[in-house]
Design a protein around this ligand. Sequence first.
Ligand code: SF4
Ligand code: ZN
Length: 756
Amino acid sequence: MSKYIATRAIRGANALVTEAEVMLNKALKEKGAETPVSFPNTAYYLPTILGMTGIEVTKLSDLPPVLEQARKMLHPLPSGKHWTPYLGETLDSGMSTLLAAEVIEAIRFVYGLQPERMPEDFTLAGGTTYGGANGHGHLNGPIDDIQLRSWGIQLVDGRMPGFAAIVGCAKSNEVAVKIVRELQRRNILTFLSGNVNGRSIIDQLHEEGVELGYDTYTVPFGTDTLSAIYALGFATRSALTFGGMKPGMSREILNYNKDRVFAFVLALGEVDDLKYAAAAGAINYGFPVIADTVIPEILPTGVTTYEHVVSMPFDQIDGKDDLEKAERLVQKCIEVRGVKVKVSNVDVPVPYGSAFEGEVVRKADLRVEFGGKYARCFEYLHMAKLDEVTDGKIEVVGPDFSSVEPQGHMDMGIVIKVAGRQMQADFEPVLERQVHYFVNGASGIQHVGQRDIAWIRVSNPAADKGFNLEHFGKVLHARFHEDFGAIVDKVQVTIYTDPKLHAEWLEKAREAYDFRNKRLADLTDDKVDEFYSCTLCQSFAPDHVCVVSPERLGLCGAYNWLDCKASFSINPTGPNQPIKLGKLIDFQKGYWEGTNDYAKIGSHGAVPEVSMYSIMENPMTACGCFECIVMLIPEANGVMVVSREDTAMTPAGMTFSTLAGIAGGGLQTPGVMGVGKFYLISPKFISADGGFKRIVWMSSVLKESMADEFRAVCEREGDPDLLDKIADERNVNTVEDLLAWLEAHNHPAMVMDPMF
Ligand code: SF4
Ligand code: ZN
């Protein structure tokens, strides 16, 4: 263990704790002990402090005990004379640093100094940010709980292999962009913070026009080192949300991160005392530190999986130019942390990976669009016999877009013909839905919608790099083989822009969509003899099982019965197993021998029985991925439905974030359930408890985004105006107001049987 690192980390920690104490005293004097303290949109208070100490900070006067703990873990600087291991002292200092850093950021929030302001032209990609603004002129600050949950799903299913916390400033803008692109290409989430002599990697990326934000997996926390604390807050909350850890279980939380969260710190540029101290903090979580400068290394001791600190001076990296060196640097990071990455080999002239899925192509960058307001774009995947498909054949029938004026539009149809011995007609829609993700993975291409309302935009940079119509086919051919190789053996793609053939194929596609709609409507729980399990989330919530039936999809919204069936065909020993229903016990509540037996086994004994259709009796458990929470409001004789996009106060006196803590963790809690939003429109939605008519309150974002579907449900339930009788956060935030609203609107729940 390096005495040099120990000295600098201990010195950095001492200085920071002192700084935090001074700031806190000042804040207590100026603002008062009762001043509220919080990070925005999280139910985890100040998350690192909560996880490590169990203290729920809500006001300034809660902070002194935190700093007392931080001070207790400080050590004197190593003396010149003796050799001691120092590792324990260094780790302690690291922990003090994290506590002090979070205290300082929290105080900055009190003064309106977080998240950091940036020039007005700084816009975040798709992120919801502090204050609900669309991110103009602000860095991100801490990650909100909504985003934490949605990334949680991707960490679980492996789409996201881990995260990188980059601190500092790269050798050049070019290197900064390369490093981030290399990480994006591997779908590694990237957190950005810190600076070197006032210049931050965030500035570098901003100058190069790199789109930063949640949607592109690149989160700019702040331009100082302290903001890196948000990365550890994210890590801590992962353990609390998905690992079922309780606040204060610091050792378990740290181990959980070491074992399951594949993260590392990449320190770019000179490392000062504070950076050493913060790095020591990260090592506590098992996150190794890789520096691109000369610093002493720390070899494995077991705290991290491999080396703790690795020095890889940028100019000494083997590589023909800076870009190659940057690539090697990223490879080293992945190696040191043991991150398992999966890179798609797609032969297109633009970068490719899931991190590009969320990219938006703005009007100003637009080369050409297909679909949207002025054109028609459709996609249609169908199966054929093996000898009718030529694998890898890609045809463009009709003109390309070279003659379309800039920002113009044209009609396009993508027809995909697949064949495979394991292929079934039921898998066609499952595969077709992937077109969205596959096409979106190309940098500079944006895909929205599906079927005959698809809408694709190609950006100028992508077109300049040579992206053309044929590349859509290349992407689809490669990805279908890669992800669905077990069911498709051959993939052929035809792109139609010729008006006559476009019209003909659109007609055929529409017939197929109609056929599938009817098939789906016919596919009810009583017509099948097996449901499917989904245990994908068990790596985070070890006892949780989703039971997926034709009329009840998984609570994350990402897996319906057909998806699970396809997934089982692709991977027979994977997370989706058929559950033979066996003997029916109670059809009204949804009990079968098979589902009960499976619940027992799948939950390792934690859940002896599960009802498919009731929220009151043995409801299904939840991990952390639910799209909405359904919760009993006893006074109203009904339930409320809260969308995970809703941050407002609900009549239960809790926001979504707080409710999520109650609903998740794999526990069975009568009266509370996490569900996928399409379950709300199923005839089997809490049908044992009265169904859709029980909904007395619903987040407006749901009401509006699914208005058509809900209107149809209201018709089905025999109460066409029901949707307007359901309150939302715009008019009702308390139980009293809710009761008054229900009375005034004559809501059916008022006269229904008591729920319990
Ligand atoms: Fe997780 Fe359930 Fe979605 Fe499967 S269906 S990924 S277990 S939330
Ligand atoms: Zn989950």
